[in-house]
Design a protein around this ligand. Structure first.
Ligand SMILES: C[S@@+](CC[C@H](N)C(=O)[O-])C[C@H]1O[C@@H](n2cnc3c(N)ncnc32)[C@H](O)[C@@H]1O
Length: 277
């Protein structure tokens, strides 16, 4: 039958691999965390790179869980091409239903997009905790994320048309059209993976303008804590800034702006709402 897949598996997996800022940050966090003899679960293994880092750091066994058969085939190729790969077992499964006889020592996972709006990081972390793969001794990479919002003006005019759409692009591509920044990044949600995560976001954030002018968008960003010391904001392929159009408002220094942000993590922009109050 004709393959009607909309996206290229190879592109998705390779874009992650090419994102050196992201991948080196994970490498350092894994090197600092995984100890000799550890049992590691890498949920959403893609190319297998995070599993290979854990194997190289001394893990006794690494389970690379991948929901997509084609991506798992790529992971198997990486695993077979490297001596450390013999400690890695690639498992084709939905990580939400993966279980082990005992909790893992370390779980690595990069199913992240800005605000965890579309991807499954929080949902999969919760499922692994409920299924016993994560317990109180399991070290998590990342351990938490902080989601932030800021006031900006944005050029939504494309090729002679006004297109006030949600803007998201690799390589921080949306930022080229930010014409002015009117506030600091202001946290609206702290997501701590050390316990079950509340996936329903209903957050009223008060943003303080740093200058006067017209704001027509909110820029969302996310800071990832791979460990308490190793943190990273948006990289070329992970948690890139997202711009949400709003009805233009005049802001003034000294007059705070209240924004209500609501969504269910992992369900995408179709279930996202942002209201300036
Ligand atoms: C952003 S990529 C990261 C790949 C790799 N871990 C890395 O860091 O380069 C996310 C991967 O997770 C897989 N994935 C998404 N949801 C999953 C799930 N519920 N269970 C297992 N794998 C999943 C995707 O197919 C994709 O290969």
């Amino acid at each position: 039958m004709e393959n009607l897949d909309t996206f290229s598996t190879v592109l998705f997996v390779d874009e992650c691999l090419m994102d050196e800022e992201r991948t080196h940050a994970f490498e350092n966090a894994i090197q600092n965390t995984v100890k000799a003899g550890d049992i590691v679960v890498d949920a959403g293994t893609g190319s297998g790179i995070l599993a290979l880092f854990s194997a190289r750091a001394g893990a006794e066994k690494v389970y690379g869980i991948e929901i997509d058969e084609a991506s798992a085939a790529l992971a198997r190729k990486s695993v077979q091409a490297n001596p450390d790969g013999k400690k890695i077992e690639v498992v084709v499964a939905d990580a939400r239903s993966f279980t082990l006889p005992a909790a893992a020592d370390v779980v690595t996972m990069e199913l992240m997009d800005t605000g965890l709006i579309s991807e499954q990081q929080a949902v999969v972390m919760n499922a692994l905790r409920k299924g016993g793969v994560i317990d109180s001794h399991t070290k998590l990479i990342p351990s938490k994320v902080v989601c932030a919002a800021e006031l900006v003006s944005y050029d939504f005019d494309f090729y002679g048309f006004h297109m006030p759409l949600v803007m998201q692009a690799r390589n921080n591509g949306v930022d080229a059209r930010v014409t002015n920044y009117f506030s600091e990044k202001t946290p609206y949600q702290n997501v701590d993976f050390s316990d079950i995560v509340e996936t329903l976001v209903k957050s009223r954030v008060t943003i303080t303008p740093t200058k006067d002018g017209e704001v027509n968008a909110i820029r969302l960003t996310t800071q990832t804590f791979l460990t308490s010391e190793i943190t990273v904001w948006g990289t070329s392929d992970m948690n890139m800034p997202v711009v949400i159009p709003i009805k233009p408002i005049q802001v003034k220094v000294g007059e705070n702006v209240n924004v209500l942000i609501q969504y269910e993590m992992g369900k995408g922009f179709e279930n996202f709402s942002l209201i300036v109050e």
